[in-house]
Design a protein around this ligand. Sequence first.
Ligand code: SAM
Length: 291
Amino acid sequence: GMDDIATPRRTKEIIQRHGFSFKKSLGQNFLIDQNILNKIVDAAGLDSTKGALEIGPGIGALTEKLAQQAGAVTAVEIDQRLIPILEEVLAPYPGVKVHHGDVLKTDLAALFKSNFAGVSKVSVVANLPYYVTTPILMKLLEERLPLENIVVMIQREVADRMAARPGTKDYGSLSIAVQYYSVPELVCIVPKTVFIPQPNVESAVIRLAVREQPPVAVDDERHFFEVVQASFAQRRKTISNNLKSRFFPTEGRERLDQLLQAAGIDPSRRGETLSIEEYAVLSNLLRKEGI
Ligand code: SAM
């Protein structure tokens, strides 16, 4: 409606009245478009039995929509200057809890226990600060929080890499890490014009449907991700050369090629052609051989 926070008029009014100035270093690009906000919230599939965790509420544009749909909302904001603004604009929504802090340093498991005890499922919904997109998403996924999905606005280029399939130029260790924990789906591409101030890059909304189980049986996750990282160390090199640099810097190349073949992988292939299943087979085999 007319009094929504995320209109250019109301956003400017709130910012001016509080003397707020944007901090580029905190990735502060606020949404001023109702359509985009509705698309983000709709993609999470919320209802009054579900909870929403927002990271970086800003002046509450998205928080307000979440409060109207979810049964419980918690928003984590790092910028102290925004806390009194959020208290003011979110006063009509007493169910919303604002937590001041850096999400990367927040004990989310404890936050979930105290704030989402009464809901069946939780979504993370956010217009993320772009300078920390990947650390935030990896923290959410690796901590195995009880999440149904994660719907986030991120840089388009990062969204493309997260959703990329094997054999494409965008496919890499980030695609595999994200797809190990979730099923990504691009929701929409977003132009710069829906933010103030406008970011330098194009954006996208992506939904990660969080998996209950990984899609492959991995014996040692740390080892698996190490093999994946090493395989992409130099994109134009073969998997054999990349893995040799990492695991056999001086000798033993033949042994590595034999093991690749035993895993059904041609040593002359490049890391970007291997599926997540092939990486799992390879990691399990190398680890069994003590590599
Ligand atoms: N949700 C608002 C919107 O859509 O208009 C603001 C989004 S803005 C892209 C990112 C927000 O994340 C800012 O409010 C910023 O202060 C906050 N932020 C940046 N780094 C953070 C961190 N490490 N932990 C929590 N919040 C952070």
